[in-house]
Design a protein around this ligand. Structure first.
Ligand code: FAD
Length: 574
């Protein structure tokens, strides 16, 4: 029987990371639940065994149920009936399977009916479900909206909603509107209060994934007369109260199983979550950071699946009397797909570990005062999580697209034919670098950490870490890359030109991410040579070539050159 967890030891490797012990100890509060809940772990080893059990169950559901259903779901898609969205038939089967496997509300504390799983494990479940069907992963992983409700909602709201999500009710995040996409400060959906204090929402939301869900988190304008982010608050809409209809389901290029809805709010009753005015500034930022990591995991799942599709086809297909996998041009593509997958996955789990540590400490701070050391630890990991999230989302979403493109190339003409899976992966992947903030917006989120030296300091720290003898030559090559990176950052800063800085930001972002992923894969290969040494060799060479090219571009750039680029834009406008 196929199992995406057991068959892919690269996933399980990330459970053995040295930071896991700290994560589990914090998450389990030194195993305080063991006397209250039969399934709570008694120590670290027991917790890891529990995680593995859940991952194995999910690996089987993904490979044996969700993946076999994926083609039918892609073809049928959801439909609209009297203002309600109805999933594709096999989506119901998938939901039933994940529910029976206990895969809902998994991140929530046991007292609400959850499994108390850390983000690292949630991301592993996410990537396996996405490898089986990226569209279904959207529906399933929106359960993570409950993390934001847990963080900022009242105890009454937690008790009301969390058990429902653990029992399989679905969620959505309603942010985007026709005039508010990347710029969410423009949100205009109106929230007003009745005389008795009841909040009501009126307006339209667009492009809402799983928009007919049971429980919505909604960004709305509560402060009349305001036009920016400070007038926005976050609300909970409970479908049981009615008031929101689906007006339209989008007809999309990919992720057909995932319903993308236009919603009309007519006097819909809502509950304020947290304080007014903090909706965008604080709560939606937290919600989006979690969702961005979800898209990074979704992307890794498709990177994996595209690699498997390409490799399997190349091993079977013969031309010129030889299996095509033996042609250097083909194995070059396959080795780069695997290298991007391994490096991208490593970045995903490193980010998830940072998130796990600071979120667990933040949660402990709700129960007791943290020690000064704990506060320092929380701040350190929060900074690193904030810095790494836009890299993990942006790079993995681009890698998923690149791997899906290469999978088609390896298939030749067959790749373009609908019977083969590669075309679906290619269509599905295209949205990853758009929703939850386009790659350009990930660059905007990351650039301050480039200019303030956060990444550079971290990279220098990572370079000090010991590595295996075999990886030392690669580490030396990364040192040269870091010098080129530092030189490029200084050159951009010295230009003293805001537009040139923004124009070159993507190149600095790519350099940052590729150097960090080089160091991560070197570390992985030092600890598990047989799993990662090939990818380390391929990835570092690839990153080295890119870093040199970006350095050359930046060093030869003069802000006066922008005239040529702007001229193209003006010609287009004319
Ligand atoms: C299938 C699908 C599912 C979705 N699911 C959800 C959901 O569940 N909930 C939800 O709220 N939304 C959802 N969205 C909306 C999605 O998040 C937005 O489409 C996305 O953030 C981009 O916004 P936009 O489409 O308005 O593009 P725009 O913001 O108009 O961007 C157009 C282009 O301009 C660039 N750009 C814009 N601003 C800048 C800038 N400051 N710097 C550099 N470049 C910039 C962008 O990178 C892009 O290339 C979904 C969208 C789709 C298609």
């Amino acid at each position: 029987m196929a199992n995406y967890y057991i068959d892919r030891p690269e996933i399980g490797f990330h459970l053995n990371h040295p930071l896991m012990k700290r994560i589990v100890n914090l998450r389990e509060r030194d195993y305080a639940d063991k006397d209250k809940f039969a399934d709570a772990p008694v120590n670290y080893e027991d917790a890891i065994e529990n995680y593995k059990r859940v991952l194995e169950i999910c690996g089987e559901v993904a490979a044996e149920i969700i993946e076999p259903n994926s083609e039918a779901v892609d073809q049928e898609g959801p439909h609209l009936e009297n203002g309600r969205m109805i999933y594709a038939s096999k989506t119901f089967e998938n939901l039933d399977a994940t529910l029976k496997a206990g895969l809902h509300g998994v991140s929530m504390p046991r007292r609400y009916g959850g499994l108390n799983l850390p983000n690292v494990v949630f991301s592993m479940l996410s990537e396996m479900i996405s490898a089986a069907d990226a569209g279904f992963q959207n529906i399933w992983s929106l359960q993570s909206c409950i993390d934001t409700l847990y963080e900022f909602g009242s105890e009454e709201q937690r008790e009301k909603y969390i058990p429902r999500v653990c029992a399989g009710e679905s969620m959505s995040m309603d942010l985007t509107e026709p005039d508010a996409g990347s710029d969410l400060q423009r949100v205009m959906l109106k929230a007003t209060q009745d005389a008795d204090g009841t909040w009501r929402m009126n307006g339209v939301k667009r492009f809402i994934t799983n928009g007919d869900s049971d429980i919505h988190l909604v960004l709305a304008r509560s402060e009349e007369g305001t036009t920016d982010g400070r007038g926005l608050s976050m609300f909970i809409y409970d479908k049981r109260n009615g008031g929101v209809d689906v007006r339209h389901i989008e007809n999309k290029l990919g992720i057909h199983g995932s319903p993308t809805c236009e919603l009309v709010y007519k006097n819909a009753k809502a509950e304020l979550c947290g304080n007014t005015r903090m909706g965008l500034i604080k709560y939606v930022m937290a919600l989006m950071n979690g969702a961005r990591l979800g898209i990074a995991a979704q992307s890794v799942g498709v990177e994996q699946e595209a690699y498997v599709e390409g490799l399997n086809y190349a091993k079977e297909r013969a031309q010129f009397g030889k299996k095509i996998v033996t042609f250097p041009a083909v194995y070059d593509m396959i080795s780069r797909m695997k290298a991007k997958l391994d490096a991208g996955r490593s970045l995903l789990y490193q980010t998830a570990r940072y998130v796990d540590i600071y979120k667990a400490l933040e949660d402990i701070a709700r129960e007791r005062t943290l020690t000064p050391e704990e506060r320092q630890e929380m701040k350190k990991y929060q900074r690193m999580a904030d810095a790494f999230t836009p890299l993990a989302k942006g790079m993995n979403s681009e890698y998923a697209n690149q791997n899906a493109y290469d999978a088609i190339s390896i298939h030749g003409g067959s790749g373009f034919i609908m019977e083969y899976k590669s075309q679906r992966l290619y269509r599905d992947a295209r949205i990853f670098s758009i929703y939850e903030g386009t790659t350009q917006l990930q660059v905007v989120a990351a650039v301050r950490y480039i200019t303030n030296g956060t990444y550079l300091n971290l990279i220098k720290e990572m370079l000090e870490a010991p590595c295996s003898e075999e990886m030392k030559p690669l580490q030396e090559r990364v040192k040269v890359m870091v010098d080129l990176y530092e030189q490029a950052i200084n050159a951009v800063k010295d230009m003293g030109d805001v537009e040139a800085h923004d124009f070159l930001a993507r190149r600095l972002y790519d350099m940052t991410a590729e150097i960090i992923m080089s160091l991560l894969i070197i570390d992985d290969a030092s600890r598990a040579h047989e799993l990662f040494s090939k990818s380390a060799n391929v990835y570092v060479r690839m990153a080295e070539a890119n870093v040199k090219a970006h350095n050359a571009y930046i060093m030869a750039f003069d802000p006066a050159d922008l005239v040529s680029f702007r001229a193209i834009e003006q010609t287009a406008e004319e």
